[in-house]
Design a protein around this ligand. Structure first.
Ligand code: NA7
Length: 540
């Protein structure tokens, strides 16, 4: 799609001026644009892609879908929208998710303020003018008083710097930069590197299309059955009739899903009753076996191990070759310490004659060659290599842009040892710069909407009180970082080498990137800060 934003009066220097610039037209960015525009601001949204959707625009790989219940992932701000949209599947697939976000963009006439194909290279704060100067790769410059980074938490793709990576003569793709046209795998020898949530969605589908698939696994995960299904007409009608109830249930639950933890201590329950609960949870769809399980499986080593062993046995039961099964069984990290991938026929893929699992802890990848992948053991030849190797999560999408605040300090330098914010939303020394991404441990849209509304209200407050800029105090920031670290120390979420703590990227500082408190606690802090006149923030 071409740039569709209407032309805006420019200054003499040819720089376009706005009240606010929103970077990103994904779930958060679209809503942020809508809210700020509704509040009377002149807004421009700039988007790297050629269409709306963010995560659901970029991640087009086969099998990409929600792991959240569809009816909990859509926006809640418009009852009309909820009534107009029909979810086809309980865990909706990428094509439909992208269609949904396009439907939203059209319904609220958002496109007229979005410019596509616009990669932001820098955003520099002009202290004297109190304006953010945003540079687009094509040379265009925009300025605004307020800058909102709605860049997503998993949008900065990570491709490991394997030696020889550019020498490969076949096709290669990172899952989050998948082509719009269908990739034809017929008769091809294909490699997948990585076995995270993305690969687990992709592998069973690609396995059925290729001549041969080789999966290079470093760390096996505790994958759990998604149990997706089509949404019947009756269920659709029930969603529409009960959206308020569904939302309230999500709001009151610890992670924004329509289920809650069992508050009994796992090991205080008899083994027979425990097993019965595990089996019951296992038979249900979605994250319930993680986030509807005993609460202390996320905090108590013995409780965790009890459920982890249950999951390991589920894996063993599905994989025919016991040697392959053992390679797929995670043993080096607690259940739930890494994101639990939800799967459909993932383990059965390894029962196919045309699928091979290579454990790269046993035989590490040494290099990519013109023909394929060379491990310490041998060279494998491929027509296609798929990098399902994840993201420079949470901080990467922002630190990859040259963002400079007061005193020309860069965000990248400031965050060298991990993100420093208050509430995940603003960082000291970067006035009027807001981060509209959900970094709470919370079903994405459930908390993202609240974040967007907080930012909108905050900007409204600044303007209403005849102030011009707002940023957190260094003291409030120090306290928030300490609080995030403290919250993270009480849960296994921070105990494995994963993107939750930046350990998936060599050289990236180990830091707690997610706010590992409950979602209601996070939203209460948002509300409390605003109610106290933006306590911890300095308005000038
Ligand atoms: P993840 O979950 O970060 O998974 C990336 C996978 O790639 C994982 O299996 C990694 O192994 C593997 N990886 C990363 N670097 C390498 C190298 N250098 N060599 C071999 N293998 C490597 O990303 P996903 O895209 O699957 O999922 C991201 C989120 O998207 C997910 O949590 C959901 O919220 C949606 P490792 O485990 O690090 O040993």
């Amino acid at each position: 799609m071409a740039n569709t934003a209407q032309s805006i009066p420019t200054t003499n220097s040819g720089i376009e001026e706005f009240d606010a610039i929103v970077i990103g037209a994904g779930v958060s960015g679209l809503y942020q644009l809508y809210r700020l525009r509704e509040s009377g601001l002149k807004v421009r949204c700039v988007e790297d892609g050629s269409g709306v959707g963010g995560t659901w625009y970029w991640n087009r790989y086969p099998g990409c879908r929600f792991d959240s219940e569809s009816e909990t992932y859509g926006y809640t701000f418009s009852k009309e929208l909820q009534q107009e949209w029909n979810w086809k599947e309980h865990y909706s697939g990428q094509p439909e998710n992208e269609q949904y976000l396009n439907f939203v963009a059209d319904k609220f006439d958002l496109r007229r303020d979005i410019q596509f194909n616009s990669h932001v290279t820098s955003a520099i704060y002009d202290e004297r003018a109190n304006r953010w100067d945003v540079q687009i790769e094509n040379g265009q410059r925009l300025r605004a008083q307020f800058l909102i980074g709605a860049v997503g938490i998993l949008s900065a793709r990570y491709v490991p710097p394997f030696e020889g990576i550019d020498s490969f003569k076949g096709q290669s793709f990172h899952t989050s930069r998948w082509p719009k046209e269908k990739v034809d795998f017929t008769g091809k020898r294909v490699a997948v590197i990585g076995t995270g949530a993305t690969a687990v969605q992709l592998i069973p589908i690609v396995a059925k299309e290729v001549a041969h698939l080789t999966v290079f696994q470093r760390t096996p995960n505790y994958c759990a059955p998604l149990r997706n299904a089509l949404v019947s007409d009756e269920t659709q009608a029930r969603f529409k009739a009960t959206y308020d109830e569904i939302y309230q249930k999500c709001l009151s639950s610890p992670a924004g899903f329509p289920y809650d933890f069992d508050r009994r201590k796992a090991l205080a329950v008899s083994p027979a009753e425990r097993l019965a609960l595990y089996e019951e949870l296992w038979a249900q769809p979605g994250f319930k076996k993680w986030l509807g399980n005993f609460r202390d499986i996320m905090t108590d080593r013995a409780a965790n191990e009890d459920f982890a062993e249950f999951v390991r046995n589920k894996i063993r039961a599905r994989v025919k070759d016991p040697k392959v099964a053992e390679k797929l069984v995670p043993k080096d990290h607690p259940f739930g310490s890494k994101r639990i991938p939800l799967e459909t026929e993932y383990y059965e893929a390894y029962n196919r004659d045309n699928v091979l699992l290579v454990d790269i802890r046993e035989t590490p990848i040494e290099r990519i060659t013109p023909k394929g992948i060379k491990t310490s053991d041998k060279e494998y030849e491929f027509d296609v290599i798929i990098y399902a190797t994840g993201f420079d999560a949470i901080t990467g999408p922002l630190t990859r842009i040259d963002i400079r605040g007061e005193g020309v300090q860069t965000l990248k330098d400031k965050w060298a040892n991990g993100p420093r914010t208050v509430l995940g939303l603003q960082t000291a020394g970067f006035p009027n710069f807001f981060i509209a991404t959900n970094t709470a441990f919370c079903n994405y849209t459930i908390c993202a909407e609240k974040i967007v509304e907080w930012i909108t209200d905050c900007i409204g407050y600044v303007r209403k009180n005849n102030r011009s800029r707002i940023a957190p105090t260094p003291e409030a920031e120090e306290a928030w970082v300490a609080h995030v670290n403290e919250a993270g120390s009480h849960t296994f979420l921070t105990s494995a080498k994963s993107w939750f703590v930046g350990d998936n990227i060599p050289g990236k500082a180990h830091a707690v990137l997610l706010y590992a408190n409950t979602a209601p606690a996070y939203r209460a802090k948002l509300a409390e800060t605003a109610a106290k006149g933006y306590e911890g923030f300095e308005l000038r």
